[in-house]
Design a protein around this ligand. Structure first.
Ligand SMILES: Cc1ncc(COP(=O)(O)O)c(C=O)c1O
Length: 465
């Protein structure tokens, strides 16, 4: 396993380090104000106050010299950390040879497609081909089109709480209203089923006595005539739901979805954009269930510092796809390809064992939150696997009424002032999601989590006011 000393070299050892009296400092404030001028208001980056000038490992440096521990890994993108030396070297070497392949056959695309096939979950492993794009949303669009072409059907089952991106097809699958309004109508033919969000079960049941009723409901819907779901091309699921609340469902849920798809002839599409790439203790979060999807959508951690996404599809579906029908001019970028190859090499390296290490450290973090929950009035369920950790914050543990957005905002702001970045998620925006880079040192992780726990404890009265 990689040593803590080696990991410390990848980040800023002294972080968190706040050098300005006020956070954000003057330069960050000026840049945040400038961001409002010529950039679209639909980008979240224009609303934030945290400014990034430089990144290293698990650290973010702003233009005033403040250094933050990023417990969100740039929204789960920087799995190997920002500016990993192997990534910098791969870019340097490749940039001298070729950067853009413009639809021509190229060595780096061939190599990356082969590497992806080799790291897929069993059943797809060595038996899959890949389409390349540049964002998770684009890959979701592609999976939708592929499912239609492969099955000759048109409907899609997605899940309540799902986030699959913001393009028109993907948005029809996504359920967060703040992304949907005012862009109706969406792609037709999509219906949403309950996800196995046991903490807030749609039927008020408990696992395991519920016998995973949500999974059975999907099976019933897909295999019973006249339920309104007679033409389902695919079921698309986040095997561990990210934006909806960092939820790790019982593995039986995914097994039921696979069985329902097999019985009805629908495809199963796993959206691993956020949970994939080693974050949950396996390379892909669906591996915990042993379920093999027909297609696996990936992005974020695979490309890391470069914009890259893709859909990896079981070989048996190849002949149904019309040649040259899903074209993206700027995809298959050679720099992005070599960075992804470096990232996958690092993540899958058994000697470094970053994934195994994140399982042990993730357990430790969950234990700290579970311990804190005993005395905290707001910390309730703590869940997840590896570095995919969700913590429910509530006003009332008996009713599970969530804390409000302003409470979450207060916690985020106070953490930023102390040099720690974290993000929220969940149906009510009241769940903390911890998704640190896999290369974070134990010391930095514990410092960051310690600050977050202190802030929650010290702010409890105001959060509940
Ligand atoms: C599960 C999931 N799918 C799709 C997307 C969309 O990816 P992108 O923002 O790269 O378009 C995201 C983004 O967070 C995601 O978490």
């Amino acid at each position: 396993m990689i040593s803590e000393v080696e990991l410390a070299r990848l980040s800023y050892p002294e972080m968190p380090k706040i050098v300005t009296n006020d956070v954000p400092g003057a330069k960050a404030k000026a840049l945040a104000a400038a961001a409002l001028v010529h950039q679209t208001p639909t980008r979240p980056s224009v609303r934030g106050t945290l400014v990034i000038e430089e990144g290293k490992g698990a650290g973010i440096k702003d233009p005033d010299g403040n250094i933050y521990i990023d417990l969100s890994a740039g929204v789960a993108v920087s799995a190997v950390g920002r500016n990993h030396p192997a990534v910098i070297e791969a870019i340097r070497r490749q940039s001298e040879r070729l950067m853009h392949s413009a639809g021509l056959v190229s060595e780096t695309t061939v190599a990356l497609a082969a590497k992806l096939a080799a790291v897929m979950p069993g059943g797809l492993r060595g038996n899959a081909f890949t389409w390349f794009g540049m964002s998770g949303s684009a890959a979701v669009e592609t999976a939708i089109k592929y499912a239609k072409a492969i099955t000759g059907r048109s409907q899609f089952a997605a899940f309540e709480g799902a986030y699959h991106g913001v393009f028109h097809g993907a948005l029809a699958l996504t359920t967060r209203e703040s992304y949907r309004a005012p862009f109706r109508p969406f792609m037709p033919g999509v219906f949403h089923m309950p996800y196995a969000y046991c903490y807030r079960c749609f039927a008020g049941l408990s696992f395991p006595s519920c016998a995973v009723a949500c999974g059975s409901y999907l099976d019933y819907k897909l295999t019973t005539p006249n339920t309104g779901a007679d033409d389902v091309a695919a079921v698309i699921v986040e095997p561990m739901q990210a934006d909806g609340g960092y939820i790790d469902p019982p593995v039986e849920f995914l097994q039921k979805l696979r069985a329902a798809c097999d019985r009805s002839g629908a495809l199963l599409i796993a959206d691993e954009v956020q949970a994939g790439g080693g974050r949950t203790g396996r390379m892909w979060s669906i591996e915990h269930s042993g379920v093999v999807p027909d297609m696996l959508i990936w992005a974020k951690a695979v490309g890391g510092d470069m914009p890259l996404s893709g859909v990896t599809v079981h070989e048996k579906h190849r002949d149904r796809l019309p040649p040259s029908s899903q074209v993206i001019t700027s995809a298959e970028n050679a720099l992005a390809n070599v960075v992804a190859l470096a990232n996958l090499e690092i993540l899958a390296d058994p000697d470094l064992d970053l994934i195994g290490r994140s399982v042990a450290l993730g357990d430790e973090v969950r234990r700290l939150f579970t311990e804190a929950a005993r005395t905290s009035r707001v910390i309730d369920e703590v869940r997840g696997r590896g570095f995919f950790i969700g913590v429910e914050l509530v006003r009332d543990k008996a009713t599970r009424a969530p804390i409000e957005a302003k409470g979450m905002g207060l916690l985020a702001q106070r953490c930023e002032r102390r040099g720690v970045r974290f993000m929220g998620c969940g149906r009510y925006g009241s769940t903390i999601r911890l998704m640190p880079p896999l290369v974070i040192t134990r010391e930095h992780l514990m410092r960051g989590v310690g600050i977050l726990l202190d802030v929650i404890r010290d702010s409890e009265a105001e959060v509940l006011a």
